[in-house]
Design a protein around this ligand. Structure first.
Ligand SMILES: [Zn+2]
Length: 247
């Protein structure tokens, strides 16, 4: 699972998909072995001085033509990338999701506990990648992404694959009543842990994705020594999930 795709570019692959779809590139960066962790945070205070160069390194190592990202705001806007140029490209305006059917365009979302949601329409060779924290999940970014793939590329939810990537687990993520309420769950009397990936899996099923097409990473960003950054652990650094159709 752990590998460097190029010297100094640490990345875990979505292994199930790597074996089945050699034309696909799906993974997530991690802190790496270097004493200086592989932080890709471009926004926030203080911004990492090294991050812009690392984004270029990630693009070069992936051998894609472009990598696209956006300022994320825990909402549901998803940008469709069609005929983008080369290099590291920030989408206009804030967005928490990206979609494309263009080969050579690597979609990227920045995470540290929130769930990176990978959507694959293998028949249409179209992909979407979403950033889903509790706010985005409650606002319906996942069903919105599924609907977008259908509208744009004619993909039936029954033919979609969904992977819920490394994120804070259902034992580590203690939240207040407002989160349970927003997710439509029974509200406990006291703060309690919630499993965001389970909530997203339920949404995917409700939108028509077959259970057997939904895979969930067993990696937690907080417990278990995953070498990923965790906001709850007090880390300000960020990893980046990536998904794209190889050039
Ligand atoms: Zn955990």
């Amino acid at each position: 699972m752990n590998e460097e795709i190029a010297p100094g570019v640490p990345l875990y692959r979505v292994t199930d998909w790597a074996d089945r779809f050699p034309w696909l590139f799906a993974g997530i960066t991690h802190a790496g072995a270097d004493p200086d962790p592989f932080d890709l945070r471009l926004f926030g205070e203080p911004a990492s001085q090294l991050a812009p160069g690392r984004w270029r390194d990630l693009l070069r190592a992936s051998a894609f033509t472009a990598i696209v990202h956006a300022r994320q705001v825990h909402e549901t806007r998803i940008v469709v990338h069609d005929g983008v140029g080369k290099g590291v490209r920030e989408a206009g305006g804030a967005a928490d999701g990206h979609a494309t059917a263009d080969s050579g365009v690597l979609l990227a979302v920045t995470v540290a506990d929130c769930v990176p949601v990978y959507l694959l329409a293998a028949d249409a060779r179209a992909v979407a990648l979403l950033h889903a924290g509790w706010r985005g999940t409650a606002a319906g970014i996942l069903p919105r992404g599924i609907a977008l793939l259908g509208k744009k590329w004619g993909t039936d939810p029954g033919n979609l694959l969904v992977h819920l990537g490394p994120a804070i687990c259902g034992e580590c993520y203690e939240v207040g009543s407002e989160v349970f309420g927003a997710l439509g769950l029974e509200v406990p009397p006291d703060p309690a842990p919630v499993d965001m990936r389970a909530a997203l899996a339920r949404q995917a099923k409700a939108a028509g994705v077959p259970s057997e097409s939904i895979t969930v990473s067993d990696v937690c960003t907080l417990c278990g020594g995953s070498n990923l950054f965790s906001h709850r652990a007090g880390r300000s650094e960020r990893q980046v999930a990536v998904l794209g159709i190889r050039p």
